[in-house]
Write a protein that binds this ligand. Structure first.
Ligand SMILES: [Zn+2]
Length: 433
């Protein structure tokens, strides 16, 4: 079977394995089954996959596909096998049914990211059947736990089984290479060259506890609420990073609009729904997400806290922390509860040329541009090994599809043609890589 046919079958099979990651070891399931499925598909074509379990059921698969020149640095292709939960009552199809209708393959994980897992599997299987080798070693990693912070997946592999990545200098993975239609018939392909950093912070306020009926001018709830309101309403200044600047310059040229770097939102608005991601990469952001205080309606508690989800631009985390401290004031204590660094690489070199050439060969109207992801992926883990990471999971999308909304969204689905397009692009890319 040709890879462009098999990719549909493989993706469907993977969607039917419920790999819901709740972030809780007790209730997460399916990753082991999915890992075994992938390992079997790789072993069938003579590769030697290894399954690593970081905790019961939390399985990842790694295999090395030897290239024609094993002396060259290796390329990592990584995808995660877990998905976020889906509430079936909100969906128009069974989220784990792998249904095909209206030209789409539907299911939780269809865009995030069993589509790419299936593309890679289909292509590797075809290459093996045809006796074709990639020009250099390719390390394949299909991992657990991306959706809950990577602890039991990519992070575990990087910390405990790093030897798999010996000689790897570059990597491709999720959230890049997809098309965004602009100005009629022009298609940008957003290749991810940067990611914002993640800083989850807890704000702590202390005050004087007491009876709710009495005067209290040192109320912890009031203090934390004031700090949260200031942070939530604050707009941090625009900071132009090389990736975002290149993106905006190229988009402005394509759309023939004037780019005002002091007011870049004007250009961002023109690119449609994806502006929600791009807009967030113009600045550091801080969104309050949780509040915790009190235990009785008529008791003023001595403490109150709030969680702020902060996302920082490359190189900004120290300055950002200072700005945040100024904003919340001296009486609020800041505690980091989760930190992951921002990433940024340049949009140049042989690998980038291979990506852009492959896209243009399969879609002559393709306009590849670099962009920064406002969220984070497993790339943050692989970056720790000094690997230069890109988001390149190519797919051509219909102009009217709001792709960004499908990530973790209801009725997640991938166009069947887009999957097949992705296999062809990856094939060309890998030959040139
Ligand atoms: Zn993902």
């Amino acid at each position: 079977m040709d890879a462009t046919d098999e990719v549909i079958e493989l993706c469907r099979d993977l969607l039917r394995i419920d790999t819901t990651n709740t972030g809780d070891l007790e209730t997460s399931a399916g990753e082991r089954l999915a890992a075994e499925y992938v390992a079997e598909k790789l072993a069938e074509v003579g590769l030697e996959p290894q399954i690593h379990e970081s905790a019961p059921g939390r399985a990842s698969v790694v295999a090395r596909f030897e290239g024609s020149d094993p002396g060259r640095d290796a390329l990592l292709i990584h995808g995660h096998l877990d998905v976020v939960p889906a509430d079936a009552s909100e969906w128009s199809v069974d989220p784990f049914g792998g249904e095909i209708k209206d030209g789409y393959l539907w299911g939780r994980g269809a865009v995030d990211m069993k589509d790419f897992d299936a593309m890679v599997l289909a292509l590797v299987r075809q290459m093996r059947r045809e006796g074709r080798k990639p020009p250099r070693d390719v390390v394949l990693a299909f991992v657990a736990d991306e959706e809950a912070g990577s602890t039991y997946g990519a992070q575990y592999l990087v910390e405990k089984h790093a030897h798999h990545f010996d000689g790897v200098t570059e990597a491709i993975g999720e959230v890049g290479g997809f098309s965004v239609s602009v100005g009629g018939d022009q298609r940008l392909y957003l290749i991810e060259t940067a990611q914002k950093g993640i800083d989850w912070l807890r704000l702590h306020a202390k005050g004087r506890p007491g009876h709710g009926s009495m005067i209290n001018d040192d109320n912890a709830v009031t203090a934390v609420a004031e700090a949260v309101a200031r942070v939530g309403r604050h707009r941090f200044p625009v900071i132009m990073t090389p990736t975002v600047r290149t993106f905006l310059e190229q988009v402005s040229e394509i759309l023939q609009i004037e780019l005002d770097l002091d007011n870049p939102e004007q250009a961002v608005e023109k690119i449609g729904p994806i502006a929600m991601i791009i807009g967030a990469t113009l600045r550091n952001t801080a969104n309050p997400t949780r509040l915790a205080a009190g235990y009785k309606d008529n008791v003023i508690p001595g403490r109150a806290s709030a969680t702020i989800d902060c996302r920082t631009l490359p190189g900004q985390s120290e300055l950002f922390e200072q700005q945040l401290r100024d904003l919340v004031g001296p009486d609020i204590e800041l505690e980091y509860i989760h930190r992951q660094a921002a990433l940024e690489t340049t949009f140049d070199g042989a690998l980038v040329e291979a990506m852009t050439a492959a896209l243009k060969a399969e879609d002559p109207g393709a306009l590849p541009v670099p962009y920064m992801l406002s969220g984070g992926t497993d790339a943050k883990q692989f970056d720790k090994l000094g690997i230069r990471c890109f988001g390149f999971s190519p797919v051509r999308l219909p102009a009217d599809l709001n792709f960004g909304a499908l990530f973790h969204g209801i009725d997640e689905r991938i166009p069947v043609e887009g999957l097949q397009f992705g296999v062809r692009v990856l094939d060309r890319f890998l030959q040139q890589s």
